[in-house]
Design a protein around this ligand. Sequence first.
Ligand code: ATP
Ligand code: MG
Length: 226
Amino acid sequence: MQDNKDIKGRLIVFEGLDGAGKSTQNFLLKRFLESQKIKVFLSEWNSSPMVKSATRRGKKKRLLTPTTFSLVHSADFTTRYVREIYPLLQAGFVVICDRYAYTAFARDVVRGCDREWVRNLYSFAIKPHISFYCRVPLETAVRRILSGRAKLKYFEAGMDMGLSDDIEESFGLFQERVFQEYERIAGENDFEIIDASLPINEQQEMARKIVKEKIDLPSFHQRSKR
Ligand SMILES: Nc1ncnc2c1ncn2[C@@H]1O[C@H](COP(=O)(O)OP(=O)(O)OP(=O)(O)O)[C@@H](O)[C@H]1O
Ligand SMILES: [Mg+2]
C-alpha cells in the first residue's frame, strides 16, 4: 500500500468479521464527526453501483470462482477509490471506510487466492491513518449475524468452498478461517484493536478517543482552510 503522509485528508477504516459491529461503530463515529462540523464521508465495501449488478448476477447464478470473486471486489473498491475515496482525501475530508483492502486480504486468501496476488490488486491504495480491527470471538459474531438476519446467503456463508452442506455450519467454518487470517494481518499491520464484545457505547468511546489522539480534528473543520 502507498504512503499516506502527503495526503490532506485522513483515512479511517473498520475491519473485522461479519457481525463484529463495524457498521454500528462507523455510523456512530461518522455522526460524532459531523456533530463536530468535520468534513466526513463514509464508503462501504461492495457498494459501487457500477459493479453491483454484475456481482448480483454472478452471485445469483453462483458463477463466481475465488479469482473472479476477488476481481469483482477489487473492481468495486477501485471504482470507489478513484471516484470518491481518493478525491475526497485530497480535498481534506475524513474518509471512513466500512471495510478496506484488508477484507480482501482475509477473505480472498481463505478462498484460495495467493496472498501476494491479492495484495497487488490493492497496491495503489493508501495506507489508512487509523485501522480499527473490531475483534470479537467467532461465536459472538456468528450469533449476532444469525439473530439479526433471516437467512444466510450462499457466498456470505462460504458455501462455494464446499466446507459443509449445512449453510450455518459452513458459515461458522468459513468465518473461523477468516478470523485466523485477520489475526495474521493484525500482526503485520498497526491495527487499533477494539474489543468488539463490549457494549456499543464503550467501544465508541474508545474509537473516539483514538481518533482524537491521532487526528487533529479542528483542522478538518468544514470552514477551515488548510
Ligand atoms: N457491541 C454490541 N453488542 C451487542 N450487539 C451488537 C453490538 N454491536 C453491534 N451489535 C449488533 O450486532 C449485529 C451486527 O452489527 P453490525 O451490522 O454493526 O456488524 P458488521 O460488523 O457491520 O457486520 P457485517 O460485516 O455483516 O456488515 C447488529 O444487529 C447490531 O445491532
Ligand atoms: Mg456492516
